[in-house]
Design a protein around this ligand. Sequence first.
Ligand code: IPE
Ligand code: IPE
Ligand code: MG
Length: 285
Amino acid sequence: MINDWQKNQEKQDSDKQSLLTSHGILPKHIAIIMDGNGRWAIERNLPRAAGHQQGIESVRDIVKASSQLGIGYLTVYAFSMENWKRPHMEISILMSLLKQYLINEIDELDANNVRLCAIGKLNALPKPVQKILSKAIERTAKNTGLTLTLALSYSGRWDIIRAVQMIALDARRGNLSPEDINEELFSTYLLTSHMPEPDLLIRTSGEMRLSNYLLWESAYSEIYITNLLWPDFRRTDLYDALENYMNRERRYGMTSQQMNIENTKASQSQDSYLQRILSTFSPKS
Ligand code: IPE
Ligand code: IPE
Ligand code: MG
C-alpha cells in the first residue's frame, strides 16, 4: 500500500502546517545544502556511510513535508562536482545510496504527484545510476505537484560556463546577437531554467558558505543556516526555517518604506482582482 501524504498526516502536524500557511507567503522554491552527514556519524563512532544513510531519512521527511505544504520547488544538493575528489569508497557508497533511494522511493513520489528532476553533469554519474535516474525523471515528468530537483555532480560555476558556451554557439550560428544577452535570456540557458529562483536557501551543519551551489540563482535568496547536522534536520526544523523566512523583509535593494508601498499596491491589486471576480458571481440588482 502506497502512502498518501495528504491523507496519512498527523493532526498535530497538519495543524502546524495550516498555521504556517496562514501566517504569510511561503517560499515557492526552497534550496537546501544537505551538509553534516559525516560529522553526524563520527559523533556516534560510526562510519561516514551511516551518516549518509541516515541523511536519506531526512530527505524523505523534508520532501514529504514540502509537498504537504504545497511548496512548488525543492532543490537539494546531494553531490557536488567537487565531491568527486572524495575517497573512492565514499563515492561508491554515495552512488549506491542514491540508486537505492530512487528505486525505493519512486513509487511513493509518483503516487504523491512529485515531479523528479536533476541538475548537474549527469553523464559523469555511473551508468546504472544514470539509467535509473532518467527512468524516474521520465516516469514523473507529467506530475504537477512538488518539483523535486536533485543536484548531482553539480557545480554552479560549471553551469554558468556551460550557459556561456551555449550562448556563444547560438551567437555564432546567428540565432542571437550579443545585444540580446541580458539576465533574463542568460537564465534560460541554465539547467535551472525550469524553476523560479530559490526564495529560501537552507544550509545545515553551520558552515557559512555556498560551496558552489546555485551561484547565479541565489543572488536574492534568503539564507538560513542551522547548526543541526543534516541527518538531524526534520520537518519541525523546516517549519522553524519557514517561520524565520516569513518574518524577514525582502528588500531587493530598496528601502523599507518603498517595500511597504510595493506591498500595499500588490495587496490592493489583489483585492480589486478579487472584487472583480466576486462581482461576476453576485446577483445583479
Ligand atoms: C553532506 O555531508 C553529504 C555530501 C556532501 C555528499 P558530508 O559528507 O559533507 O558531511 P560532513 O560535512 O563531512 O560532516
Ligand atoms: C556541499 O557540502 C555539497 C553537498 C552538500 C552535496 P560539502 O561538504 O562538500 O562542502 P564543503 O567542502 O564543506 O564546502
Ligand atoms: Mg560537508
